[in-house]
Design a binder for this molecule. Structure first.
Ligand SMILES: C=CC1=C(C)c2cc3[nH]c(cc4nc(cc5[nH]c(cc1n2)c(C)c5CCC(=O)O)C(CCC(=O)O)=C4C)c(C)c3C=C
Ligand SMILES: [Fe+2]
Ligand SMILES: [Fe+2]
Length: 335
């Protein structure tokens, strides 16, 4: 492995930024989804059941039944560039290359699946980086997302004799720049609709309710984002939680139940947004834009729109540039 002092392009060391997202299967078929789910659902930050009790359920039931069903859902959203989650995450990294000057390189990795955090951290070091900003792509902190991404990166570093310096991007759920980016993106999308929604529903990924009682700030972060977004837009933004998994009680209200109930409250026209997802993925494009629409229209709604995530839009990139520049400021000034 090349070390900073012998890298031909970077005699004084370079700075790396690693955008980290959740991960996604390599292909929309059952074997690839099974490999992905086996890694994801074996993470003790995600499923907090002791492995002796959980692994038999995971291997015996879930990994036998879910991959086929999920692969079908993935096929509905798969693009010519592959999985939307990977495509947009890569696009963000590519479009940020050069944004912080010649000393800073930007790369991307996935917590589960490929490209792995291990491989991309080593690639950054091979390119001469001796300072690395780890940037989990989650506005709201959650142990099941933010913490496990950082854990994995530090686990990789823990095996190195000579580590780079590392820091992590904090959550940005209430950052004015994030709220402003959401507002601009949502207003742009609303302007293109051929109907006027009576309500904006902000759907966040769910979590077991127990994690709230154990002190995870995720639920509070989501509530604050939704409140600030409503204030910025000057209209009601209702919150809900999607993607329930397993039998435990999850955060409520559930997105599908809210969509089913809205027409009964005389809300017939709805726009759904997913501010917790930095990029569109299975959970937004299939669960919200396809199944959510069906649920709402079958329940008596007349008009439904799913508004896209920030993805690699100008608003999204301006936000990310600002967030990352703030973390890099000390390093760039010093190097
Ligand atoms: C115990 C199970 C799960 C917890 C806890 C969980 C938390 C959580 N997840 C995200 C973001 C994403 N999840 C995605 C897919 C997905 N999530 C779970 C389960 C839990 N998530 C499963 C089983 C799956 C796979 C799909 C399926 O079989 O239903 C994705 C999309 C990935 C993609 O490839 O597009 C995202 C993104 C957050 C933010 C979160 C906690 C806050
Ligand atoms: Fe999830
Ligand atoms: Fe889902």
């Amino acid at each position: 492995m090349t070390r900073p002092e012998d890298h031909p392009l970077a005699p004084h060391g370079r700075i790396g930024v690693l955008l980290i997202n959740l991960g996604t299967p390599d292909a929309p078929d059952a074997p690839a989804v099974r490999r992905y789910l086996a890694e994801f659902l074996s993470d003790r930050r995600v499923v907090e059941i002791p492995p002796l009790a959980w692994q038999p359920i995971l291997r015996g039931i879930i990994l036998r039944t879910r991959p086929k069903k999920s692969a079908h859902a993935y096929r509905l959203v798969w693009t010519e560039h592959g999985s939307p989650l990977a495509h947009y995450t890569r696009a963000k990294a590519e479009r940020l290359l050069g944004a912080f000057g010649p000393e800073v390189t930007v790369d991307w990795a996935m917590r589960y699946g490929r490209p792995s955090i291990d491989a991309r951290l080593r690639a950054l070091m091979d390119a001469g980086c001796d300072r690395i900003l780890l940037a989990p792509m989650y506005p709201q902190y959650c142990a099941a997302t933010t913490a496990t991404a950082n854990d994995k990166a530090f686990e990789v570093l823990s095996r190195m004799r000579w580590q780079p310096a590392a820091r992590t991007l904090p959550p940005y759920h209430d950052d004015p720049a994030y709220i402003a980016a959401l507002k601009a993106s949502i207003e742009g999308s609303l302007a293109k609709l051929d109907f006027t929604p009576e309500l904006i529903l902000a759907s966040f990924h769910g979590m077991p309710e127990r994690t709230l009682k154990l002190g995870d700030p995720y639920h509070c972060h989501c509530q604050k984002t939704a409140r600030l977004l409503g204030e910025a837009l000057g209209r009601e933004v209702r919150i809900s939680f999607q993607s329930r998994f397993g039998r435990a009680k999850w955060l409520e209200p559930a997105t599908d139940a809210v969509l089913r109930g809205l027409p009964g409250e005389a809300v017939k026209k709805v726009a759904v947004v997913a501010p917790g997802f930095s990029v569109d993925c299975l959970e937004t494009l299939e669960e919200l834009a396809i199944r959510g629409r069906e649920t709402f229209l079958e329940s008596g709604g007349s008009d439904f729109a799913y508004l896209p995530c920030l993805n690699d839009s100008e608003e999204g990139l301006t936000l990310l540039r600002g967030l990352l520049a703030r973390e890099l400021a000390g390093w760039i000034a010093a190097s």
